[in-house]
Design a protein. Structure first.
Length: 409
């Protein structure tokens, strides 16, 4: 009882402090709220909402079950997750946070993954979308197209590396996922088609009802995402206006040299702690700091995701029995890995990186319709590309297993 009372007091104190700061700095709070709302409405809503709806519809049609059968030979030995995790991996990398958390939660609710597998899955598939990493960060904030390749490889490569590490998370005898339907004999494609058919029959919803429910649930999730973006935008602004952030900057400035990093990265790292966009933009700003360290800070921030993304993911995970702590530890590890990979690959990749990069006609804005259109189209293209690559790798694994079986005979 005393522990619960202490926990309540500990949560109550920062809430009261925030209320006090909002009362002391009403103008800053208002401006931050409007800015956060604009980011949600102009960028996040139109770029994320289609992916939320599409993923819901694909789940209802059994496409995930179809891909799961095809990708099982690759995903299980590599990441210790069912083949359906390949769909989450592709969609998460293509559309950015927090889509993978929503999909992993759906798979858990449908019994396609166990609790450990779901936590393992959401831990390494949560990432930035490619158009933000390339267009907004590399080209927009840094003004350096050559940075796109090394930053993308560090971010997504370290995510895959994290997935290989996360396969050791959880006991080897973790609970198996619940499998519905009767097993069938035949080729992999036949099994995949049968799994999709059985999933569609089990769902039972008409196309109209499926689409309606997909839109309703996606709108509810987008409302949560928007509220958290506005909330953390206000928190960061009032902490800055009150001078509390300056104290944190000073503390971090003393710690960074111990890690061999410039103290001037304190402000972008602290900004990225709360919100990924603000942190990524600030990482390109400090003068007198070598580009390699500013890029490493951007890689760290993109992989960490910001507390705003963490809150979004935590709210989604609460819909199932998936825990937040493994995700938190994975974000820290992903951030460190991404920064480390970038520092290691900087010299060889930057020497051979192309000086051009594809952008939509008329350029790319950090907000508005050009960015949104590019985010949706590039996301769909990336999703299809990753699915094709995973399918090819899965097919090669099956071929290797068949060759080994023939040799054993």
């Amino acid at each position: 009882m005393a522990a619960k009372r202490l926990t309540t007091i500990l949560f109550l104190f920062p809430i009261l402090l925030l209320i006090l700061l909002m009362a002391l700095y009403p103008t800053a709070s208002w401006q931050a709220g409007v800015r956060g709302l604009a980011i949600w409405w102009d960028v996040l809503f139109p770029s994320l909402f289609p992916f939320f709806v599409i993923s819901e519809v694909l789940l209802g049609f059994g496409i995930v079950h179809f891909l799961g059968k095809l990708l099982d030979p690759l995903m299980k030995p590599a990441f210790r997750i069912p083949g359906s995790g390949g769909f989450v991996l592709a969609m998460g990398f293509a559309s950015g946070y927090p889509v993978s958390a929503k999909l992993a939660t759906k798979l858990r609710q449908q019994g396609l993954v166990s609790r450990i597998e779901g936590e393992r899955l959401v831990a390494f598939t949560t990432s930035s979308d490619p158009i933000f990493l390339i267009g907004a960060v590399s080209v927009g904030f840094f003004g350096n197209p050559k940075l796109a390749g090394v930053l993308a490889l560090a971010h997504y490569g370290s995510a895959v590396l994290l997935g290989l590490i996360m396969r050791f998370y959880g006991p080897a005898d973790a609970e198996p996922p619940i499998v519905t339907g009767t097993p069938a004999k035949g080729s992999v494609v036949k099994l995949a088609l049968q799994a999709m058919h059985e999933a569609r029959l089990a769902d039972g919803r008409s196309l109209g009802e499926l689409l309606r429910q997909a839109i309703v649930s996606s709108l509810q999730l987008m409302a949560v995402v928007g509220g958290l973006v506005v909330f953390f935008s206000v928190i960061l602004e009032i902490l800055t206006a009150s001078g509390m952030m300056n104290s944190l900057y000073v503390a971090v400035q003393h710690l960074l040299p111990l890690a061999g990093l410039p103290s001037g990265l304190a402000e972008p790292l602290m900004g990225g702690l709360f919100e990924v966009t603000l942190g990524a933009r600030a990482s390109a700003a400090p003068e007198g700091i070598p580009l390699i360290y500013k890029a490493a800070a951007a890689a760290f921030i993109l992989s960490w995701g910001g507390l705003s993304v963490h809150a979004q993911v935590a709210s989604i995970l609460n819909e199932a029995d998936l825990r937040y702590v493994p995700f938190l530890l994975a974000r820290l590890l992903h951030a460190v890995l991404a920064a480390g990979v970038l520092l290691i690959l900087w010299k060889p990749l930057m020497d051979v990186a192309p000086t051009w990069i594809w952008l939509p006609e008329g350029g790319l804005e950090a907000s508005g319709s050009p960015y949104v259109w590019s985010a949706v189209t590039s996301g769909l293209q990336t999703f299809l590309l990753i699915i094709v690559v995973l399918f090819i790798l899965s097919f090669l694994v099956k071929i290797m297993r068949w060759i080994r079986a023939k040799r054993a005979l």
